[in-house]
Design a protein around this ligand. Structure first.
Ligand code: ZN
Length: 77
C-alpha cells in the first residue's frame, strides 16, 4: 500500500512540476518576443528591441545601444 502512496505523490509532484514549467513557458513567450536582441551596427553590442534606439535605414530598421551610436551611423536617417 505504501508504494502506491509514494507513486501517487511522485505523480502529483511530477504533474505539478510539468504544469509549472508549461505555465512559465507559455506566460514568458510574449516576453521572449519583446526581448528580441538586435546587434548595434556601430559598436557591435546586442541590445533588446524594447530598450534600443531605433532608426530607419535603407535596409530596414536599425537598433542602437545609445543615441551616440545612432548618430554615428551615417546610413540611418
Ligand atoms: Zn552601441
Amino acid at each position: 500500500m505504501r508504494i502506491y502512496l509514494m507513486l501517487a505523490i511522485l505523480v502529483a509532484v511530477t504533474w505539478y512540476a510539468v504544469s509549472r514549467i508549461k505555465s512559465t513557458f507559455f506566460s514568458s513567450s510574449p516576453c521572449v518576443n519583446s526581448l528580441e536582441m538586435e546587434k548595434d551596427p556601430v559598436c557591435g553590442k546586442f541590445v533588446a528591441r524594447d530598450t534600443a534606439v531605433v532608426k530607419k535605414a535603407p535596409d530596414g530598421f536599425r537598433y542602437y545601444c545609445s543615441h551616440s551610436c545612432a548618430s554615428q551611423d551615417a546610413l540611418a536617417e
